[in-house]
Design a protein around this ligand. Structure first.
Ligand code: ADP
Ligand SMILES: Cc1cn([C@H]2C[C@H](O)[C@@H](COP(=O)(O)O)O2)c(=O)[nH]c1=O
Length: 209
């Protein structure tokens, strides 16, 4: 059946860095493809860490994708005919797309696509990242994955930045970030502010050389 004639779906995969979001996305897209669905993957062209035109997990699994600055450019880049034939669209690094909400709405509600979205729900300060949290009310399913705390092995819910850069967007991997549990997130900050309180802590870990 043509995708336009069935109702679409939106599935969202969230979590800190190293939680397996991209791995889960790739598996889902590969499984849809094995079931005969026509699939395409898209990521932000801001992320050139491992490859320009592939989505790559931290342990090296990869799949070809379209890299675009904004999702509105996906259909023009792919071509209208190819877009119309698609059943499933996988989006990685969703936090970098400002037009995520509109794209997901149109793709699922209007065009009948199954959209699988992977991204960071929070930035290094644990604030909502980009438009990722905005699409939760649109979703059929939301899966929040956890990583392993790099300092104690407990479940990690947060991403700690190891460097002193302050801008929200800073492309990087294990050189810049690590997954941590709540305790090590709090103690890993040399100073941080929350709800107007400032805590100065030396903590057990020294992150900034
Ligand atoms: N601290 C870490 N540094 C580098 N790789 C890690 C670390 N923790 C986990 N990994 C690897 O990363 C994989 C998950 O990669 P990926 O799916 O790309 O995660 P995400 O997209 O959530 O960042 C794990 O299966 C593991 O092999
Ligand atoms: C926490 C945080 C992350 N980023 C960047 C760092 C990476 O390039 C991506 C996340 O990639 P992953 O597939 O989830 O491992 O986002 C950022 O720019 N700002 C942040 O606060």
């Amino acid at each position: 059946m043509d995708a336009r004639h069935r109702s679409g779906e939106i599935h969202v995969i969230l979590g800190p860095m190293f939680a397996g979001k991209t791995t889960t996305l790739l598996r889902r897209i590969q499984s849809e493809s094995s079931n005969g669905r026509r699939v395409a993957m898209v990521k932000s062209n801001k992320d050139t860490r491992y490859a320009v035109d592939s989505i790559v997990t931290h342990d090296g699994a990869k799949m070809r994708c379209w890299a675009v600055p904004e999702l509105s450019m996906f259909q023009p880049k792919l071509g209208v005919e190819a877009y119309d034939k698609l059943d499933v669209i996988g989006i990685d690094e969703a936090q970098f797309f400002e037009d995520l909400y509109d794209f997901c709405c149109h793709a699922a509600d209007r065009d009948g696509k199954i959209v699988v979205v992977a991204g960071l729900d929070g930035d290094y300060l644990r604030r909502g990242f980009g438009s990722v949290l905005d699409i939760i009310p649109l979703a059929d399913s939301v899966t929040r994955l956890t990583a392993r705390c790099e300092l104690c092995g407990q479940r990690a819910f947060f991403t700690l930045r190891k460097t002193e850069e302050k801008q929200t967007e800073l492309i990087g991997g294990a050189d810049v970030y690590m997954p941590v549990c709540r305790e090590h997130y709090v103690h890993g900050q040399t100073n941080w502010s929350c709800n107007n309180c400032l805590v100065l802590s030396e903590g057990p870990v020294r992150l900034v050389p």
